[in-house]
Ligand binder design. Structure first.
Ligand SMILES: NC(=O)c1ccc[n+]([C@@H]2O[C@H](COP(=O)([O-])OP(=O)(O)OC[C@H]3O[C@@H](n4cnc5c(N)ncnc54)[C@H](OP(=O)(O)O)[C@@H]3O)[C@@H](O)[C@H]2O)c1
Length: 351
């Protein structure tokens, strides 16, 4: 069977260009369309991106000559990965789903809708069951799946094995989030150099609500939220890539430190699906007391592994630890691609 044709909405942004880069040479998908705003439409990708390609890797030759299109549902592809600004994502993604496309989105707009999966394949692949309900509502074969907020993804990956093994009652998290999380050009250098900004609009609410849906259970076509209390404090720091999070948890049953570490190290629930972007080790536990650090540890598993370190007892809740996750790869571009791979593996694409 040939490759599945894929388009990228918002292909000129921080996340969009990361998707374009990650799709280069993908074994299952072929990039056939790049789309963005009217400001970019009509230009070649190479021309439009001459001063906007800011990620470390080279721009793939195959995309340089591609013409950027407007985000209208007449693109030549079966699935679109959306990296659209949330100010415009809602209606555009809806239009694509109505027109019969599969949509895998990074934007916040549809995440909390009752029939839209908020997916992390290692955690809740069964939430794909919501798609049939969504298709019935729309009356066609199109649908939307979403990936979570970039700081929520890493934390939830670290929480899932603890939830399964011991139960979780409470979570306190303080984040130190990279500037690339704000898109390009993002936060001005005068604001962030030599500084910490203790506010990211909407971020704490996303961590506190999305976590409950992600870790919730699908039953009779609905998600019952996980019964966990989450309190998040989010900060922007002068780091380029990688969100670092200090997490404390209260468990439902007592756990020995060794058991807790073992549950994190052995977490690999979807290895049988052999998805191309799945890192093999979704969680890497570091025993080095001074790690994880974003400069050295963000790129493990090609940016798809979550690194957990400094696991120790907490004198207020039960245990505390540090989580590091690459925000534009595991937290966005790689997550949307992994979700598309899950859709293919589960028969929602290529029919
Ligand atoms: N950065 C991260 O780490 C991260 C992580 C998780 C989720 N997200 C989410 O992912 C999405 C993209 O984030 P980003 O950081 O890549 O943002 P960005 O760099 O600002 O890129 C935004 C993209 O949206 C396009 N766009 C803007 N207005 C449009 C319109 N009216 N019609 C069509 N396209 C339009 C832009 O096209 P032009 O270039 O033509 O203006 C650009 O391609 C956002 O929803 C964000 O919240 C980001």
């Amino acid at each position: 069977m040939g490759k599945i044709s894929i388009g990228v909405l918002g292909a000129t942004g921080m996340v969009g260009q990361t998707i374009v880069s990650l799709l280069n040479g993908h074994p299952w998908f072929e990039l056939t369309e790049v789309a963005a705003s009217e400001r970019s439409a009509g230009k070649s990708y190479g021309e439009a991106m001459s001063d906007k390609w800011v990620i470390g890797s080279e721009m793939p030759d195959s995309v340089k000559g591609m013409k950027i299109k407007a985000c209208k549902p007449s693109l030549d592809c079966e699935i679109v990965l959306s990296a659209l600004d949330s100010a415009v994502a809602h209606g555009i993604e809806e239009d694509f789903a109505k027109a019969g496309y599969a949509v895998s989105s990074n934007a916040k707009n549809h995440r909390m809708e009752a029939d839209v999966p908020l997916l992390i394949p290692e955690i809740n692949a069964d939430h794909l069951g919501l798609i049939e309900r969504q298709r019935k509502r729309r009356g066609g074969k199109g649908f939307i799946v979403t990936d979570p907020n970039c700081s929520t993804i890493g934390m939830c990956i670290a929480l899932k094995p603890l939830q399964d093994a011991f139960g979780i009652e409470q979570v306190m998290v303080t984040t130190m989030q990279a500037v690339s999380g704000a898109g390009y050009p993002g936060v001005s250098s005068l604001d962030i150099v030599d500084n910490v900004i203790p506010y990211i609009s909407g971020e704490e609410e996303k961590m506190e609500t999305e976590t409950l849906k992600i870790l919730g259970k699908l039953s009779e076509g609905r998600i019952a939220d996980a019964r966990i209390r989450v309190s998040a404090s989010c900060n922007r720091v002068g780091v380029k890539y990688g969100h670092t999070e200090c997490v404390s948890v209260k468990l439902s049953r007592k756990a020995e430190l060794k058991e807790l570490v073992g549950s994190l190290e052995s977490f690999n629930p979807i290895k049988k699906l052999v998805l191309p972007s799945e890192p093999g080790h979704p969680i890497i536990v570091t025993k080095d007391e001074a790690r994880p650090q974003p400069r050295y540890d963000s790129n493990h598993g090609k940016g798809m592994s979550t690194v957990v370190g400094r696991i120790r007892p907490c004198s207020v809740l039960d245990y505390k630890f540090v989580v590091l996750s690459h925000n534009t790869i595991r937290g966005a571009a790689g997550a949307a691609i992994l979700n598309a791979e899950l859709l293919k593996a589960k028969g929602y694409l290529g029919q």
